[in-house]
Structure formats: C-alpha cells, structure tokens
Design a protein around this ligand. Structure first.
Ligand SMILES: *[C@@H]1O[C@H](CO)[C@@H](O)[C@H](O)[C@H]1NC(C)=O
Ligand SMILES: *[C@@H]1O[C@H](CO)[C@@H](O)[C@H](O)[C@H]1NC(C)=O
Length: 439
C-alpha cells in the first residue's frame, strides 16, 4: 500500500525556522537571488515598497460581510479540491489547495525558484513588499525563541504530514475579493513566496496552498484584523463534486448549526476535542479519539486501535451478505465486491450502518457528527465499494476528519467564538447571503 493512493493529507506537522540540511543547492551559485534565499551567500534585499492599500479604514469587523469562493474537485477519483484566488497588481488567478490544517497561504514563486513543482499558471512574481522579521505575523510562524537572522525579511519553512514542504519568504500583496454585498476590495495581505518546494507523494498540480487555520497568518485572520470580515471560515462540499468555501459569518443561520467548542488542549488545529465512536446508533466503547477537522485530507483517519475496532464492526455487519473482500482492488486499503459491479453508493447503502462521532462539548449536551455511508465509502473505478476511513499510522494519536466525511454539510470554524459547527446543507448552489436561505 503506497501512501500515494490515499490522496492528500495536508495537515501541518512543523513550521521551522531553517531547513535542516547542509547540502547546498547545485543550481544556486550563478543565479542572482531576489531575496536573501537560504543556502545562498550573496543576498540582494530589495527596498520594501508598501502595497497600496485600497481598503478604507472605516469598516470594523463587519458582521454579516462574507466572501464566497467556488470549489472544484472531489474526493474520488480526483482526490483534492481547488479554489481560485486573484492575487497581485494587476491581479492574476492562481489555483490553491484549501487547507484548514495549516495557516500560511503560499504560492510557488519566481524569486527565482530553486525547486518548484509543475504549476497550472506562470510562477508568482513577488511584490517588493517584504514582511519584516519582527512583524507579529512572522513571529506567529516561528517558535518563541526564534532569532531574526535577516531583520528585513521573514523566512519560513512549513512541512506537511504527507512529507511535502515549502520554504520561502513572506511578502505583502493585494488580494482581489468580491464580497457578497457587491463590494470589490483589494486588501494587502501577507503570503509566502515559496521558492523551494518538496512535493508530497501524491502529485497535484497547484500554484500553492490556501491556509485556513486559526493562526494569525491565515488569510481570514488577516482580513478580520483589517475589519473586513469576522474571523470565520466555512466550507460546503457536495457529494456530487465541487461546492464552496467562505469567509465571514453572513451565510448561515447560527441557530440551525450544531456547535461545539474548540478544544483548548489542542490549540494548533481545528479540534472539538475527544470523541466517542457510535456505530449504528449504539456506543462502541471506542473513546477518547482526539479529533481534528482537516479539509486538506481527502479521507478520514482513525488511530490504529480505533480503526481495527471499526473494521471488525463493519465486517461483522457484512457477514452473510453478498459482499466479499476485493483483494485485487488497490484503490483504498479495504474494498468489497458484489455479484455485479456497483454503479453508485445507492447500490450498497443498505449494507452499511451510519457512524457518528460524539463530542463531549465541554460537559454540555453531547454533540454528534454523523457519518452516513456516503461520508465514509466510495465506489471505485472497478465498481467495488471501498472504506474511506483509513488506518492513521502516520498521524500519531490524531484522528482526522477529512473531506469524505464533511460532504453535504456546511462546516464552520468560528474563530471569534472558538466554536466549530456543522449542519446538513445542499452544497451544489452558491449562497448569496443568509436571506437566500441555504437550507
Ligand atoms: C468579481 O466580480 C466581477 C464582476 O462579476 C468579476 O469580473 C471578477 O472576476 C470577480 N473577481 C473576483 C476576484 O472574483
Ligand atoms: C481548478 O479549478 C479550475 C476551475 O476554476 C479548473 O479549470 C482547474 O482545472 C482546476 N485545477 C485543478 C488542479 O484541479
């Protein structure tokens, strides 16, 4: 079983100051670097030129103001989602991988690029506006004891759980946004100019990553600091593919959302804390699952003991049924075939029970995150049904709720109130505002 089969697993494991490597890049000696790139001796620092601020300072964290982005992609067979952002002056489109498991937004960048993967658009040419090392945004990307080597710039390195990484420098540039009230604004925001990327095992053609985490450097935190939206991120991905992503609090009716508190024990990710696994409406004794919501993961991961326990429950339900394990199907680690190839999940729903994760919710009434069969199964190209919950050997004690389990739900991360919420939703239609009701 190759890791590559499992799709993306983009949750940050480390944000480092420096690359832990001594071997110098062979291509670096003759090119003139734009920034003082790591591993390069001669650094030519450009004069910082402030990006023209086009936002008025009158708006203050406007309630109800939102930005909506269509999402493209699906869990299977594509294995990722993509969102288009318009960045730069003049602005150009870029395809980004939306990731609630990390904070920093970065683009593969011509600074020049030491190591970039194939991009759908020409490499981003950075603005001249460098974020200095003592900026709070830069500090938020580094451990507290971080010392500024080059005070005029903010170097970053970010590593993801799938082994991919990006190294670069923070710049400020204009992002073009259409707000749901019709306003068009181009606020200056910090992003990473990534000039040295190591790809993960699963190739996916992106210009960069859209970090949606709760840290200061995330785009929505920066927009909220400028008073443009509330610090709220949400997404709605459809079982039929596509969906949308949004910033701000103007698109949902809070009273129809099931809310649970973000865990203080695990502040670096969107985590509602510990869950208990419910199978077919009954408790299972599988408890204390520290759970994280991660839109950068295609599938859902359980720690090994919980995974083994769930698999035996699922298999027990299948005994005496017409499904047999499809050992020749390597789409996912566990697939079953029927007498005839399955065309859709409708053909198999009757064999699989609903699963749920029950969160303690800080001692208040328990909140359940429900997973009907379509939130944990796929039909493979070979017409078999495969389990989209995977043994999280590489994710340590964390249990990760990935895209497959968030389909046909609006999932909301409210950083103002430190709440995570969800509600059943039709994710096929782009909402305009709360009044054009999404439920
Ligand atoms: C904003 O809306 C205008 C008009 O509909 C459109 O031309 C433009 O591409 C949109 N910009 C963004 C960043 O979506
Ligand atoms: C990203 O979405 C656009 C549509 O906005 C699509 O044309 C493009 O192929 C997608 N890119 C990837 C890598 O899926």
């Amino acid at each position: 079983m190759k890791v590559g089969m499992l799709g993306l697993l983009r949750v940050v494991v480390l944000v480092l100051v420096l690359r832990v490597s001594s071997s110098s890049s062979s291509s670096s000696s003759s090119t003139t670097s734009y920034f003082g790139q790591k591993n390069r001796r001669s650094s030519i620092l450009p004069e910082p030129v402030p990006v023209q601020a086009t936002t008025s300072s009158l708006r203050l964290n406007r309630v109800g103001s939102s930005i909506v982005f269509p999402l493209h992609g699906n869990v299977y067979p594509i294995g990722f989602y993509n969102v288009t952002l318009n960045i730069g002056q003049p602005s150009k489109p870029y395809f980004l991988d939306p990731d609630t498991g990390s904070d920093l937004t970065w683009l593969q960048c011509d600074a020049p690029c030491v190591q970039c993967t194939e991009t759908p658009h020409p490499l981003y040419k950075p603005s001249n506006s460098l974020v200095p090392c003592n900026d709070p945004l830069c500090k938020s990307l580094h451990p507290p004891e971080h010392r500024c080597e080059t005070p005029g710039q903010c170097d970053y390195e970010i590593q993801y759980a799938d082994g991919g990484s990006s190294m670069g420098v923070l710049v400020k540039d204009a992002f073009s946004f259409n707000f749901t009230n019709g306003e068009q604004l181009k606020p200056p925001l910090a992003l990473g100019c990534g000039y040295d990327q190591i790809p993960g095992p699963y190739p996916h053609p992106f210009d960069g990553v859209l970090g949606l985490g709760k840290g200061k450097s995330s785009i929505v935190s920066q927009l909220s600091k400028q008073g443009l939206v509330q610090n709220v991120v949400g997404h709605c991905i459809s079982v039929r593919g596509g969906g949308y992503l949004f910033f701000g609090d103007g698109l949902y009716d809070s009273s129809r959302v099931l809310w649970t508190s973000m865990s203080r024990d695990h502040p670096e990710h969107y985590s509602p804390g510990f869950a208990e696994l419910i199978f077919g409406g009954k408790t299972t004794g599988i408890k204390n699952l520290l759970t994280v919501f991660d839109s950068g993961s295609s599938y859902t991961y359980l720690n090994s003991p919980a995974y083994q326990a769930l698999v035996s429950l699922v298999k027990k339900e299948l005994t005496g049924r017409s499904l047999t394990e499809a050992l020749d199907d390597k789409t996912l680690p566990l697939c079953w075939k029927g007498r005839r190839p399955f065309k859709s999940l409708n053909d198999v729903r009757k064999y699989f029970k609903p699963i749920a994760l029950s969160f303690a919710n800080g001692g208040k009434a328990k909140t359940q995150f429900e997973l009907p069969p379509e939130a944990y199964l796929i039909i493979s190209r070979m017409g078999n049904v495969c389990l989209g919950i995977i043994d999280g050997k590489g994710t340590g004690p964390l249990n990760i709720i990935g895209d497959i389990s968030m389909q046909d739900k609006m999932v909301i991360y409210n950083n103002e109130k430190q709440l995570i919420g969800w509600a059943p939703a039709n994710c096929d239609r782009l909402p305009k505002s709360k009044t054009s009701s999404i439920w």
